[in-house]
Design a protein around this ligand. Sequence first.
Ligand SMILES: [Cu+2]
Length: 87
Amino acid sequence: MNTFEVKDMTCGHCVSTITQAVKAMDPDARVQIDLATHRVGIESSDASAAQWSDVITQAGYTPIAIQGTAQASTPAATPARKGCCCG
Ligand SMILES: [Cu+2]
């Protein structure tokens, strides 16, 4: 399971955008998204955490990889744009 915190994922539109981006990369991937905590979990044997980070970034969002249980790091830079109009 690759887990990311995506702070600019703010609504159902963001959830579907990220889900579709993941499915485009690997149709068999299992995606678990918790909008309240901005967590995205991706279960896949086809791609690495770094690749999923790229997928989420290219969808317009800012993923922070979460190591282990609940340890989140601070992003190095503020994203240039918001992922979605509702943000
Ligand atoms: Cu949104």
